[in-house]
Unconditional design. Sequence first.
Length: 344
Amino acid sequence: MKVLGFESSCDETGVALVEFEGQGAPRLLAEALHSQIVMHQAYGGVVPELASRDHIRRVLPLTREVMKQAGCSLAEVDVIAYTQGPGLAGALLVGAGVAVSLAAALGKPAVAVHHLEGHLLSPFLSEDPPEFPFVALLVSGGHTQLMRVDEVGSYELLGETIDDAAGEAFDKSAKLLGLPYPGGPHLAKLAEAGNAEAFALPRPLLHSGKPDFSFAGLKTAVLTQRNKLGEAMTEQQRADLAASTQAAIVEVLLKKALLALKETGLKRLVVAGGVGANKALREQLDKACAKRGVRVHYPELRLCTDNGAMIAMAAALRLQRGTAACSGSGAFEVRPRWSLDRIS
């Protein structure tokens, strides 16, 4: 069975084709992705209207590219999957509209996918896929959550951020340091030249005893420190502040993930989402988990950001288990706000 997946929740247009037989592991046949980073850099962040219009321009050419890569025709596709939410309403409408229209034209079923479930299951596309059950650390854009995952569709929320997410802490702190959008990767790069102990930045809720997160106070501390340094801030001080900021975020994510593992008694951790590509986070998680006999799984680096492959994969795994909500009516809705623990 072939599943064509569409992702358009924010500033990446992704299309991918996944195939599976029976209960065998789904495999990626082809994928194509367009990032809007360059377009949004001029504004210092994502402009929703521009994002939606760019999705319209990109989605069909990307679809043709994927089918050409796979050597397949649209008539050979069995199911069309798309991101229903959460995300930007206008951007979601583009992908959902194209996917459902295409499904209706081909006489095929359409499957709506939760964006975060796509991230959560993206490590199943890697060479070292996880096994159930596991604890998942989801660090994607405006979301930072810890979940217990017993099976596809069986998710228990263990903890989440009460304000800013880790990705927002990276991006907002980077902006305060004068780094371009998207700030997270630029801050991580600058941090390589800095001293992570140069500035004593807060680790909110680090010792709360609960697997919840808070990063708003850290962002405020970075702003305060930057203002203290003022125009006299040297490049080394800027690198030190970047390194100290990254160290604070990584320590909180690390300690909370270890707490969730301890509370659940599980010995497997999945890290997914854009922040999951952070080198310092991966190194510290690998080291700490190795000491505790815990296996850590990550998606391939190219699959950490939003992509169509994770949407097609999530739909494929649900189809295998008979839990996919298929629709052939041609009607659809998007869900800009949608909690992962509310799906089944």
